[in-house]
Design a protein around this ligand. Structure first.
Ligand code: ADP
Length: 303
């Protein structure tokens, strides 16, 4: 069966509960997307490509992948590195602050440790964060891998997900994000990404910039604002229904993409895929944490 191959890093998440009490979980942008895609479309094989350690926490991540029915057979075990880690705390006003320890993670070695491209790939997904964490020579390997899959006829899916602190400079980020757009068939630019990276202040600027990248399907998301989709059929605006009780917007974009991919793979058109994706993200932001409990999804599973 052909698979959706998702490349990136999953970290240990430690979130403050009460004074001195931390809850341990796992999260990472592309990993969150893998989880939501698989939950929304159980019949699709979703494989996660990354490197982890040889320790018990890394084993627990594999157990989690198995419990989410994500294929972990491609996960590489580093000899000398392990998972990155982050801590997150929400203050009294709802503002979240993050601290990361990921500079020395096993995931950075993934493409150096990968002996050959995994086979049977229908869709290949990576993000700007997947690129940012890699050493420079591996960034080129990631682009080469995407181009290889594109030549094989796979759909290349890219989310720029710009995080300034992960990059050496905005210039370096622009170079690699542009190269990724160049090989993408489906892209999910965000209003914030484009403002921070290219100083684009409106959707026309963003679409004009992406025009010469020849991306067949562009889905421009911008928080609670309308999602704009551009395909060869033109541009459509899809309104987002307001969510009343927003608890935590972590992984709004990740879950949106998981839902969108699930819906497209299930045969929905871009407009209906957006409606479904917004429903998925709308559920996720009603709960705390990047990966919400599966029972929140019971009504959504059918795409
Ligand atoms: P990212 O996490 O990549 O910044 P966005 O904030 O653009 O992503 O949100 C992605 C999607 O999540 C939106 O397109 C929308 O469907 C949903 N979403 C995000 N914020 C809200 C909100 N305040 N109300 C309703 N839906 C939202």
């Amino acid at each position: 069966m052909s698979r959706c191959l998702i490349f990136g890093e999953c970290m240990i998440e430690l979130s403050h509960q009460t004074q001195g009490v931390l809850k341990q979980a796992f999260a990472g942008d592309t990993f969150n997307t893998a989880v939501y895609l698989k939950r929304c479309l159980p019949q699709k094989q979703v494989s996660y490509l990354t490197a982890i350690g040889q320790d018990y926490v890394s084993d627990e991540l594999i157990t989690l992948m198995q419990s989410e029915s994500i294929d972990s057979s491609l996960v590489i075990r580093s000899q000398d590195k392990t998972l990155g880690l982050y801590m997150v705390r929400t203050d009294e006003t709802g503002e979240r602050s993050f601290m990361y320890w990921r500079n020395d993670s096993a995931a950075k070695q993934t493409l150096d440790l990968l002996s050959e491209p995994p086979k049977d790939v229908s869709d290949f997904y990576f993000s700007g964060i997947s690129l940012a964490i890699l050493p420079e020579h591996s960034r080129q390997k990631l682009i080469d891998l995407a181009e290889y899959y594109r030549r094989q006829g796979a759909r290349i899916v890219f989310d720029p997900n710009y995080r300034a602190r992960l990059w050496e400079s905005a210039d370096v980020a622009r170079k690699w994000i542009d190269l990724s757009y160049d090989c993408a068939d489906l892209a999910f630019p965000g209003g914030d990404d484009h403002f921070d990276l290219y100083q684009h202040t409106n959707s026309d600027d963003i679409f004009a910039y992406l025009d010469n990248k020849n991306i067949a399907e562009i889905v421009l998301k911008n928080g609670p604002q309308n999602v704009l989709i551009q395909t060869s059929d033109g541009r459509v605006s899809v309104p987002i229904t307001a969510v009343k009780n927003i608890v935590d917007t972590t992984s709004a974009g990740d879950s949106f993409i998981g839902g969108y991919l699930a819906a497209r793979l299930a045969g929905k058109d871009p407009e209906n895929a957006t409606r479904y994706a917004a429903k998925v993200a709308g559920v996720v932001i009603g709960f705390k944490g990047a990966i919400v409990e599966e029972k929140a999804f019971s009504e959504l599973i059918e795409v």
